[in-house]
Ligand binder design. Structure first.
Ligand code: 3PG
Ligand code: MG
Length: 346
């Protein structure tokens, strides 16, 4: 894999540096539910400060707002960065997606971001699959370098690209189903088994959209409504009562998935098995987290929600590589060159 040039080769003394990090953290009622992505972004910021940068402007998107939207303001993230870094040279810009030019990779917005800056460092691995103004546009305006996290991710995830130890098991779930079907179609063919749970399993219930066999839940926890305290019932996957959405894997499925994961030599997990933010529907996701932690092979977990689940299950120190990328890690594993990476010279 082609590695982009590292921020470690840049002379940043006295420079104003624009850093694109992925600070798109999960929020609960406006509070940061998991700050993994913020912490993972600190080494690059500290490197720039230690290197004598005059100013470090950190930018990121948060959520999927379609313009200015108070619910996705960067304030809580900015406060956490200040708490963790405590250096007046660092600022966190407002949510890049508050500007409608961002997702269109509008050069006008890229120039706005680049204005007054000498260098650009892209450390946002989680957003490297997006060709946006802050991930690609600015790299065409300012001298561009890769951040430490971005490089680390490429090196570790790269291990899944070549020959892997088998069985290679992929576990997929989560809510952003439309993002994942196409990617899984490419990636799943390289795996020995693809286990699908959560919302994704609900969406493929009507028929397998893939050109390979997938392992689906045999039982699910169904709920009377999409609510945290809904009435629940364990039912067969193919016998949900009318109007009862499936909320997560049932007990038999948890055990089946855990056995398959335990037998693997390489595991890649992206996307929770259900609405694990609600305690009544967390066990299916936590069971996968514990199984991945217990697997003796090379294990990779990617995506904000799965990473949060791994932390909440208390097993993060037993995962080989926790990726800050969800969609980005999927697209990398699909064999695509990520636009955010391609925009940085080697
Ligand atoms: C993610 O959480 O997957 C990244 O931050 C990218 O976000 P997006 O899928 O909204 O572009
Ligand atoms: Mg995504």
């Amino acid at each position: 894999m082609r590695l982009p040039r590292s921020v470690e080769t840049a002379d940043v003394r006295g420079k104003v540096v624009l850093v694109r990090s992925d600070l798109n953290v999960p929020l609960d009622d406006g509070q940061i539910a998991d700050d993994t992505r913020i912490r993972a972004s600190l080494p690059t910021i500290r490197l720039l400060l230690d290197g004598g940068a005059a100013e470090v402007r950190v930018c990121s998107h948060l959520g999927r707002p379609k313009g200015p939207d108070e619910r996705y303001a960067m304030a809580p993230v900015r406060a956490r960065v200040a708490e963790l870094v405590g250096d007046g040279r660092v600022s966190v810009l407002e949510n890049t997606r508050f500007n409608e030019g961002e997702t269109a990779n509008d050069p006008g917005f890229a120039h706005e971001l680049a204005s007054g800056c000498d260098l650009y460092v892209n450390d946002a691995f989680g957003s490297a699959h997006r060709a946006h103004s802050s991930t690609v546009g600015v790299a065409e305006i300012l001298p561009a370098y890769a951040g430490l996290l971005l490089l680390d991710e490429l090196v570790h995830l790269g291990r899944l690209l070549g020959e892997v130890e088998r069985p290679f098991v992929i576990v997929s779930g989560g809510a952003k189903v439309e993002d994942k079907i196409g990617v899984l179609e490419h990636l799943g063919g390289r795996a020995d088994e693809v286990l699908i749970g959560g919302k994704m399993a609900e969406d493929v219930r009507a028929g397998n959209p893939f050109s390979f066999d997938v392992v689906l839940p045999t039982d699910v926890v169904a709920a009377s409504a999409f609510e945290a305290d809904a009435e629940t019932r364990v039912t067969a996957f193919d016998a949900l009562p009318d109007g009862w959405p499936g909320h997560e894997n049932g007990p038999a499925t948890r055990e089946d998935f855990a056995h398959r994961i335990a037998a693997a030599r390489t595991v890649f997990w992206n996307g929770p098995m259900g609405v694990f933010e609600w305690p009544a529907f967390a066990e299916g996701t936590f069971a996968v987290a514990r199984a991945v932690a217990g697997c003796e092979g090379f294990t990779v977990v990617g995506g904000g929600d799965s990473v949060r689940a791994v932390h909440e299950a208390g097993v993060s120190d037993r995962i080989s590589w926790i990726s800050t990328g969800g969609g980005a890690s999927l697209e990398l594993l699909e064999g695509k060159e990520l636009p955010g990476v391609a925009a940085i010279p080697a």
